[in-house]
Write a protein of this length. Structure first.
Length: 381
């Protein structure tokens, strides 16, 4: 099967690297997605292990469509009886861009009608009650090319299960995992977030350090499908659980001025089963004193668009720049939507990457030194 993992823009390369490491074949990265080939075993593996992707889709068909008749015939040709049971729910959603078929509701209606017609001819049922498991159908129409998918994941992969609650401006878990990857977080060393919020960066770093697969705490839509082998997910979970190892010298330390954020981080770390690797305390970033020796600072400070006004955010950037002094054993990685961040931080970043935090375009400023990052394998791989 051809499988697709949509990603946040800027994380495609990291997701492709993950997929190659896990042994997936024919891996290719494109704008906002990674594709590869595999069977149901790879579907289970990708859902359980991929940290930086958003969901795992099975591509069923791709064809040109300039009219609704083209769309109807293309969808009707798919062997829906292999995927959708007699009582399964099969909702349709999708999008269209730069195409003649631009009405989303009309496309949904035509696709649904085609699926019902195909299933009716196979099951000889006039009315589908759709009371069973949900088999979510997705479509995209780009420049008159239709692609039909099945969503095997359900709620996005970034929903790990440890963060039921969050602060005012939560960082998506998949983005946090990507930031940890780009910061070259290892299985040993000290990671510090001086404005940790709900603790997402600390928790994702800790999960990578101990090799805890991000999907172990949750279930996925395809586990309920009648066509999906029942033994694949239990076997994969047992194997991945056995691979978790407590790192010898890793610690994630967080600070936040809000006591509620401190308690939330502790609670989330416990839910994620990494509470023994995460330490957090109430503190103002202005009072931050970084310990001696190698360390990595990763943080998502307020941007100005969200929790503070721009001037207040820039004052924090100045403080960060004063605290994060250049050192050959240290790395500092900060995400911000402020194009003038470097001016207030006090120096240009040797590396930067455009990332999206939700719909907000940001830059990830990376002050990474080779001495601080040499040696060792990447975590969670």
């Amino acid at each position: 099967m051809k499988l697709t993992i949509p990603t946040l823009f800027g994380l495609e390369g990291l997701t492709a690297e993950e997929c190659r490491f896990y042994g997936f074949e024919d891996v290719s990265a494109d704008n906002g997605r990674v594709t590869f080939t595999g069977d149901f075993a790879e579907v289970a593996e990708a859902n359980l292990r991929v940290r930086t992707g958003e969901r795992v889709l099975i591509e069923l068909a791709e064809f040109p469509a300039y009219t609704f008749e083209d769309l109807f015939q293309g969808v009707s040709a798919i062997c829906w009886e292999l995927w959708v049971g007699r009582k399964d729910a099969f909702p349709v959603k999708g999008w269209s861009l730069n195409s003649k078929l631009h009405s989303i509701p009309d496309c949904q209606r035509i696709i649904k009608k085609a699926i019902v017609g195909r299933l009716n001819s196979r099951y000889h049922i006039e009315w589908f009650e759709e009371t069973g498991p949900k088999v979510q159908i997705q479509f995209s129409i780009m420049k008159d090319i239709v692609t039909i998918y099945l969503d095997t994941t359900g709620p996005g992969l970034h929903k790990r299960g440890y963060r039921a609650d969050a602060n005012d401006a939560p960082l998506r878990e998949s983005l946090a995992a990507g930031m940890c990857d780009l910061a070259r977080v290892r299985k040993s060393g000290l990671v510090i977030d001086p404005m940790c919020g709900s603790g997402t960066l600390l928790i994702e770093a800790a999960m990578q350090a101990c090799g805890r697969a991000p999907g172990l705490m949750r279930r996925f839509a395809c586990e309920k499908w009648s066509c999906f082998p029942e033994d694949l997910f239990p076997e994969a979970r047992a194997r991945l659980q056995s691979m978790i190892r407590k790192p010898d010298s890793f610690e994630a330390v967080g600070y936040d001025i809000d006591p509620k954020a401190v308690e939330l981080t502790r609670s989330n770390a416990k839910k994620a089963h990494v509470e023994d690797l995460v330490r957090v305390k109430k503190a103002n970033v202005r009072d931050l004193r970084l310990p001696d020796g190698p360390l990595t600072v990763i943080t998502n400070p307020p941007y100005g668009e969200r929790m503070l006004d721009t001037q207040q955010a820039r004052e924090l950037y100045k403080v960060l720049g004063q605290k994060c002094v250049p050192d050959p054993e240290r790395s500092y990685c900060i995400i911000s939507s402020d194009d003038e961040f470097e001016d207030y931080f006090g120096r240009k970043a040797p590396r930067r990457r455009k990332l999206y935090n939700g719909m907000l375009k940001c830059q990830y400023y990376m002050y990474i030194h080779e001495k601080a990052t040499s040696g060792g394998k990447k975590n969670g791989r």
